[in-house]
Design a protein around this ligand. Structure first.
Ligand code: FE2
Length: 187
């Protein structure tokens, strides 16, 4: 979850982690339980990453990069699409035909996001933003990602925030986001 380096290195390492989860899902085609676990882990990594980018990366892009507002708005729209797919995936079992379709759609959306950031947005930010600020943003992103558990394992539901993550009500995507942003703290 926390990798090290400036904001660009930290978020790029997240991208590689997510690539690895997609690859692992493809190699576990027959093991349904493992695929559900990987889907849950992917959900948490992606929500954590999105929240950290929205809190710290895109405000910096708006501030330092020419045309940054448009770039940031576009990335945030991509996040909404990824979250919509994650919510659909959450309701799906690995044996359902739709599970594979959703994972494929998610992979294509996320891959496009990753290419866009690594090929365009990160180089623009690296050129425009002071190195010291990039380092500080790296620390902020690591802190922003820390609040949610790494994986929702039903074997240990008694300790917070895991019990909250598994509680009935809103879906996991919304609960992870709430935990990370501090929304719904008094539930
Ligand atoms: Fe990203």
């Amino acid at each position: 979850m926390g990798h090290g380096g400036n904001v660009i290195e930290e978020l790029t390492a997240d991208h590689r982690e997510v690539d690895g989860l997609f690859a692992e899902m493809e190699t576990h085609a027959a093991a349904e339980n493992r695929r559900r676990e990987l889907a849950d882990q992917l959900t948490m990594e992606l929500v954590r990453h999105s929240v950290a980018e929205e809190e710290h990366l895109y405000p910096a892009v708006r501030r330092y990069v020419d045309g940054g507002d448009d770039l940031a708005d576009m990335e945030i729209a991509d996040h909404s699409e990824v979250e919509r797919l994650l919510k659909e995936l959450e309701a799906c079992r690995p044996g359902d035909a739709q599970f594979d379709t959703l994972v494929a759609q998610l992979k294509s959306s996320v891959t496009a996001h990753v290419r866009d950031e690594e090929d365009r947005l990160f180089p623009l930010l690296a050129d425009a933003c002071p190195a010291e600020t990039l380092n500080e943003l790296g620390d902020k992103v690591r802190r922003a990602k820390e609040s949610a558990p790494t994986r929702p394992h039903p074997a240990a539901p008694d300790t917070p925030p895991l019990n909250k993550l598994l509680a009935p009500g809103a879906g996991m995507v919304d609960r992870v986001r709430d935990m990370l942003t501090g929304r719904g703290k008094n539930d």
